[in-house]
Design a binder for this molecule. Structure first.
Ligand code: ATP
Ligand code: MG
Length: 429
């Protein structure tokens, strides 16, 4: 047995191969049938000939429907007219299932394709996305392993909120309630006192009530925390990490990028350093772009899209006003109205893919900020404890992997970057 891409090699010409897969397309004329077979690696043309197979076998093969599953043996030849340049003339075959008409195709509506994601994910476009997504997840982990970080795991069922109560999911828990985690950050902070540098890849859950093209209610969050590093150190490591992930996609996924018609030039240009712009300067720039924004305004999906349509490389936005971000961000000691943080905005209109920065590491400051945010420090006792015993300056970030895939592939909506999207209106399939 062999994969299609293994069979499509000059040295295989004239050899007999055994292939497995699904019918991608089929066309018959007279005594010849051309079956395009698909497996996880590629597609290839199979030739069924009535003369060499006999009329019963020919009838059976030429009546196959799209997505029927089969196994064939046959001889490889090169054929310029075939869809991928090779053809296998069928000698023997076994049909596993001949199915009814496959219900999903490219031109059907978006909602219909979402209802049938379990079937649509076989499409060549979606398969290409899944392969790139696989590279992105691996590259993120590899990058941090190469930097001597440890991978750790945090609980998904938690008692605390990191990003505020309005996007919390509550679930019943033996007569009480717990929250689904909005971020693993606070737990990662606990690990730095033993491991110093850690990362995790896990889902985060946010009850996003407004539907946007970049919000899911369950998304894949790559997060890291490191002792002794500051905001500037974070940005340096993040830009190298993004550069590395994009390089890995370019190295491993050329065919997928081409199939999805991604502008490869844009990706090849994603090189460090990325520009750093202070929030206050960005507001001025946005005004120059003709946008109606003033200092203190939060940047949502639309604002960031308006701004990032003007950029071809990611940009760090730093020094946000304290009022715009969660309590754990460290204020600038020289200007407490701003925090030592950054968001990384993806170009071509995509906007935020990373939020990060320095965490408050001094006890009094943390307790004060928790209270100022209207919360009770007792609820965060373990997080506060970290500031009592050997506290150290530290920083971290969270990266939305689905958003990163969406930008790398220039997809129109985050639902196209994850196999089974969860939104306010969608829990199936
Ligand atoms: P936004 O302003 O877009 O809602 P956020 O400020 O709430 O984002 P953070 O809390 O900083 O985001 O989360 C870190 C990262 O997680 C974000 O930069 C983004 O890439 C990703 N992220 C956040 N919320 C979502 C979501 N609902 N769906 C997908 N990814 C998300
Ligand atoms: Mg949000």
């Amino acid at each position: 047995m062999m994969s299609i891409s293994e069979a499509m090699k000059p040295e295989m010409i004239g050899k007999t191969v055994q292939l497995h897969g699904w019918v991608y397309r089929i066309r018959s004329s007279g005594k010849l049938s051309f079956i395009i077979l698909r497996d996880s690696t590629n597609i290839i043309q199979l030739l069924a000939s009535a003369d060499s197979l006999g009329s019963d076998a020919y009838r059976e093969l030429s009546s196959l429907t799209v997505e029927s599953s089969l196994e064939v043996t046959g001889t490889v030849r090169d054929d310029k007219r075939a869809v991928t340049g090779y053809e296998v003339a069928i000698k023997t075959y076994r049909i596993y299932q001949k199915n009814e008409m496959f219900p999903v195709s490219k031109d059907l509506g978006e909602e219909f394709k979402l209802d049938n994601r379990h079937l649509w994910l076989r499409s060549r476009e979606f398969t290409a996305m899944l392969k790139v997504r696989s590279t992105v997840f691996k590259a993120f982990a590899d990058f941090y392993y190469n930097e001597n970080y440890y991978q750790v795991q945090a609980p998904m069922m938690v008692a605390t909120a990191t990003e505020g109560g309005s996007t919390l999911f509550k679930v019943p828990f033996f007569g009480e309630e717990v929250n689904l985690t909005q971020s693993s950050q606070f737990y990662l902070e606990t690990f730095i006192f033993s491991l110093e540098r850690v990362f995790t890849i896990a889902p985060s859950f946010r009850a996003e009530k407004s539907r946007t093209w970049r919000h899911l209610t369950e998304y894949w969050h790559a997060e890291m925390e490191a002792a002794w590093l500051n905001n500037e150190d974070m940005m340096k490591i993040e830009e190298r990490m993004i550069e590395y992930i994009v390089e890995e996609v370019l190295r491993n996924n050329r065919p997928e990028l081409e199939l999805l018609k991604r502008d490869i030039g844009v990706l090849e240009n994603i090189k460090v350093p990325f520009e750093r712009i202070k929030y206050s300067e960005l507001i001025k720039k946005a005004q120059d772009f003709g946008m109606n924004l003033k200092y203190g305004d939060d940047l949502g999906a639309d604002e960031e899209r308006g701004i990032m349509n003007h950029f071809q490389k990611p940009v760090f936005i730093t020094d946000y006003p304290t009022s715009l971000k969660a309590f754990y961000h460290r204020q600038n000691p020289e200007n407490p109205s701003e925090i030592l943080c950054h968001d990384l905005l993806a170009p071509e209109g995509y906007g935020e893919i990373i939020g990060g920065g320095e965490r408050i590491w001094e006890y009094d400051e943390l307790v004060r900020r928790i209270k100022e945010s209207g919360m009770n420090p007792d609820d965060y006792y373990w997080y506060v404890d970290l500031r009592k015993y050997g506290s150290v300056p530290h920083s971290g970030f969270g990266l939305g992997l689905d958003r990163l895939v969406m930008w790398i592939l220039h997809l129109p909506d985050i639902k196209e970057a994850i196999p089974y999207p969860r939104t306010i209106r969608r829990t199936k399939p």
